[in-house]
Design a protein around this ligand. Sequence first.
Ligand SMILES: Nc1ncnc2c1ncn2[C@@H]1O[C@H](COP(=O)(O)OP(=O)(O)OP(=O)(O)O)[C@@H](O)[C@H]1O
Length: 212
Amino acid sequence: MQLKADNISFRYNDKSPWVLRNVNFTVESADRIALVGPSGYGKSTLSKILSGYLKPTEGKVLLNGELLPEKGYCPVQMVYQHPEQAVNPRWKMDKTLNECWKPDQNLLDSMGIEKEWLKRWPSELSGGELQRFCIARVLGPDTKFLICDEISTMLDVITQAQIWQLVLEISEERNIGLVVVTHNMALAEKVCNKIVRLPEISVQKPEERISV
Ligand SMILES: Nc1ncnc2c1ncn2[C@@H]1O[C@H](COP(=O)(O)OP(=O)(O)OP(=O)(O)O)[C@@H](O)[C@H]1O
């Protein structure tokens, strides 16, 4: 499968500066692409556009040549940097986990999710435990691409290594294409087979970033 950012431009409103200008970028199922670039260049914004959370101001996101579905399960899923901000604090973990689809016990075991955690509130889990839920819940059978926006930045090195091993194993087994947003070049080189620098896929000139 192919996920394509087709000439995407984006601004948060018509008075704010362009965050992304004419971005062209293609991900194939076998790709594990690191998306790197200076702070503020729009990596998180592009991640949200690729996974359908934001609509591009201009251009389109195409999945095998078609627009992302407006309804139902989106085959492009995103995992955020801060898992505690990505879950409903009023839901216990079993409800969060099963909101869109029902992960089976095999997946929970391979993600290292303990049965007892399902009965807890998000505030009763560590960042690493919570991030395991956030990853498991986006691995529905229809997930074809996974956009990981700094998913391990807040975790200790052992948890980081465990989480990346799981993500890589599952994405390889299920032929899920990966986009990995990171500032960590060592991680990018270890986890990814291609590095894309955001300034190089956008035609925006530096002066356009600071003026309207
Ligand atoms: N909701 C928003 N409303 C208005 N502007 C925003 C919003 N979110 C982000 N921005 C602006 O868009 C620009 C790009 O932000 P974004 O978070 O996509 O960059 P980034 O490359 O991911 O940065 P970092 O590496 O620091 O996480 C920044 O100038 C930011 O201030």
